[in-house]
Design a protein around this ligand. Sequence first.
Ligand code: ATP
Ligand code: MG
Length: 194
Amino acid sequence: MLCAVRRGILGGTFDPLHVVHLMAGEAARQLLDLDVVTYITAGDPYQKHGFPISEKEHRWNMTVLGIEGIGYFEADDREVKRSGPSYMIDTLESFDADEEIFLILGADAAVGLPTWHRWEDVVERTTVAVISRPGVAEEEVSATGAPYRWLDTPGIPISSTMLRARAESNRSIRFFVPDGVWQYVEEQKLYALP
Ligand code: ATP
Ligand code: MG
């Protein structure tokens, strides 16, 4: 009998994709015995409206480059290709119903889960797996009332926001991001101020 695919989903804006995104996927893969971790670039991260965000093509390219060469990671462009706000529930419903899906979230994202479109259905369809993030206590996650699994990982204080700020002020982001992403940011002058 074939066993159902155990898939981790790690969605993000990935502006840029950084090493903690990779570490989170790796921790989830090992601790949850996943077959694959699917990195899904948000086409329209509607909760970030009003904030400056790089074009989705750039963010998608950085997702592809960032996971390149890692056999059990894949980049998925279904949200980039879809129009309208990127709702996770639409994404989840586009995967085969027999797959076992683990939704990998940083603790900040987990705290915000109840603000998501049809979040009860998201929780129903998946096992939520939470990676610790500095500044967010596990109690804040449990206070949402949503069931989750806490993955024991070290909190690492790196964010894309911090890396954009570094790049804008000409401080290197090399080694904070996978090499391919670093080269892409350099070539495209993605975060260089005009
Ligand atoms: P931004 O600062 O632009 O919001 P980010 O670093 O939070 O960027 P996102 O693309 O927003 O990255 O996040 C994608 C997912 O990765 C989210 O679930 C987020 O919580 C998680 N994540 C990102 N950085 C960390 C981190 N340092 N520790 C734990 N989780 C993280
Ligand atoms: Mg974020």
